[in-house]
Write a protein that binds this ligand. Sequence first.
Ligand SMILES: Cc1cc2nc3c(=O)[nH]c(=O)nc-3n(C[C@H](O)[C@H](O)[C@H](O)COP(=O)(O)OP(=O)(O)OC[C@H]3O[C@@H](n4cnc5c(N)ncnc54)[C@H](O)[C@@H]3O)c2cc1C
Length: 388
Amino acid sequence: MPFELSDTQRAIRDVVRDFARREVAPGARERDESGAFPHDLVARLGALDAMGITVAIEDGGLGLDTMTQLLAIEEVAAADAALASIYTAHLLALEVLTLGATPEQRRRYLVDLANGSKLAAFALTEPDAGSDVGSMSSVAHRDGDAWRLRGEKTYISNAAEADVLVVFAKSDPAAGFRGISAFLVRRDSPGLSFSSPQDKCGIRSAGTYSVYLDDVMVSPEDVVGELGRGASLAMRALNGARIDVAAMANGIAARALQLATQYATSRHQFGEPLRDFQAVQLMLGEMDARLEAARVTASWAAAAKDAGGDLRRAGSIAKWTATEHCAQIVDMAVQVHGGAGFMRESEIERLYRDSRILRIFEGTSQIQLLTIASALAATFDETSEVVA
Ligand SMILES: Cc1cc2nc3c(=O)[nH]c(=O)nc-3n(C[C@H](O)[C@H](O)[C@H](O)COP(=O)(O)OP(=O)(O)OC[C@H]3O[C@@H](n4cnc5c(N)ncnc54)[C@H](O)[C@@H]3O)c2cc1C
């Protein structure tokens, strides 16, 4: 870790590390093959008080800092990226509630989600609206006091397993991005249905589903934040949650580096262990440097989050840096393994597939760079005002 950890951070990291190594890692390969959603492990994360680490104590969480949450995510990701993905998707939905929920919504939803007795999902993406959120076609029509939701979401993590979904739909279709609102939808709501789990290249046991909204009725008390401000709420939630994805990338990268180091020690060619060859040392050195740079960046963004800063730039820089470094680190770890790294039986092959999603979900790498550039442009504008 780049910075000295506090006693609390170290204690929570050690508890999650112990759980991840003893209970999560041993079955990761089998779950990758079966694609079975790990209900028991999600419940165990809840029992460990890990599902709402940064949520306020009165809202069911531990009220701790973001760095502590990053440490927990890293440990889970190093053992099984699929479980880490379920975890970070839940945290993304929680981010919406911590930013926008009323006291009553906190009491009715957030407490159980943060204490881990319930699971959440965040349903934004649609078949024709991914990066371009404003083009979504799900609608929310007024029906008396209530709202009637119609539409389709896709690639939604946790959806059919979640107790509650944060669903985004247009309450004012003519207003585009500014006509989107956020709704809390319980899984047992009439009119709500799901596809079977979508078959994926990696994080295979982290269930991903299409969600069908067929006249789902939502009461006015279940609108999160202001009407028409849902897209902005989603973006603010994503800015914060992208730091969690950075931690997931760092956990996978740390495991890849460990596997590569072990393999370079045990594998001999030309009468020597691989680690004695300078070409292999160059790869290991580069992997370590990339990982540490990514961790420092995530820690910096975590500090910015705890200080209440604007996370558009910091969240995107943390995610882009960690996920791009992770891709390089895992690729080099496969290279260190040679042919063994390409075999289904090797753990690094799973990490290679699991890590690919990191540069796609919660905003692609291109969207992160565009977000950073737009925050930078705003800084230029502020600077030129000052100069003028
Ligand atoms: C396993 C998995 C889990 C997911 N979980 C969730 C979830 O829980 N909730 C949820 O709401 N969504 C979820 N998603 C959806 C995910 O966030 C989207 O896939 C992602 O935002 C990209 O959208 P898209 O797939 O429609 O790609 P597109 O937006 O169609 O992008 C395709 C390509 O075009 C590029 N591109 C698009 N627009 C621009 C632009 N303006 N400038 C430059 N390049 C651009 C992209 O970078 C990308 O390379 C998940 C996806 C996957 C695969």
